[in-house]
Design a protein around this ligand. Structure first.
Ligand code: MD6
Ligand code: FE
Length: 222
């Protein structure tokens, strides 16, 4: 049976899996709006936002990256699958935001201080976009992934580490929510089964669609 989480108040944590922590309403509307402003700049280039191709098929989600450019199964500094341009640097403010996110999720000070994310995948979903069940395993590091959602809510399917199938839990990720995926959940399968149009709150900076930012440590150097 698919489980649905009850509606949570801002500030209530939920732990859908071991070392997986959902913090509803973590970003203020003001912060969300500022990040959306940044998103429009990132999307313009030097590597424009694009639908990555997975085994020849374009994803319905469009992605722009910071720090390292992700293309299916690898990270590179130049977007060799787009226009060859170098990816934008990873912003310092996002490193600090990532550390604050881990602190909020209950990580120890030592693990917070050791967290230096060096890539962010910034995804844009229109109301028809989906993301199939996958593991995030293109990184060499198993440091946690910090996920931020802005705009329309989505149904996020959080699964198990064995396969794409049940058991899984369907969660709502809403504008401003923080989700931290670490430890025993780091390699859990997960995906976005649908986006819920007209659910973006006034003032978040996005009228329609959903932005998701996932910051990670690649474990790569150079
Ligand atoms: C999304 N997120 O929320 C897609 N991956 O749109 C992911 O694929 C994801 O949210 C790893 C950890 C957290 C995530
Ligand atoms: Fe993922």
């Amino acid at each position: 049976m698919t489980l649905f989480t009850p509606d949570l108040e801002p500030g209530d944590l939920s732990r859908p899996g071991p070392d997986a922590v959902l913090v509803p309403g973590w970003l203020t509307l003001d912060q969300q709006e500022r990040i959306v402003g940044q998103f429009h700049q990132w999307a313009a280039g030097p590597v424009p936002i694009r639908a990555a191709k997975v085994r020849g098929h374009e994803m319905s989600v469009r992605t722009v990256c910071l720090g390292w450019h992700w293309q299916p199964y690898q990270y590179t500094r130049e977007a060799t699958d787009v226009n060859g341009a170098r990816v934008l640097p990873f912003p310092d403010w996002m490193v600090l935001l990532g550390r604050r996110a881990l602190k909020e999720a209950g990580y120890t000070d030592a693990r917070v201080a050791a967290y230096t994310p060096d890539t962010a995948l910034v995804n844009f979903y229109d109301d028809t976009a989906r993301l199939g069940m996958h593991q995030d395993k293109d990184e060499r590091s198993l440091a946690p992934v910090v996920s931020l959602s802005i705009g329309d809510a989505c149904t996020f399917r959080f699964g198990n580490t064995e396969n794409r199938n049940k058991p899984y839990t369907d969660l709502q990720l809403r504008s401003g929510d923080l989700f931290v995926f670490g430890g025993a959940s780091r390699l859990a399968y997960h995906g976005v089964t649908r986006v819920h149009p007209f659910t973006a709150p006034d003032g978040c900076g996005l009228k329609a669609g959903r932005i998701n930012i996932t910051m990670r440590m690649t474990g790569l150097d150079g």
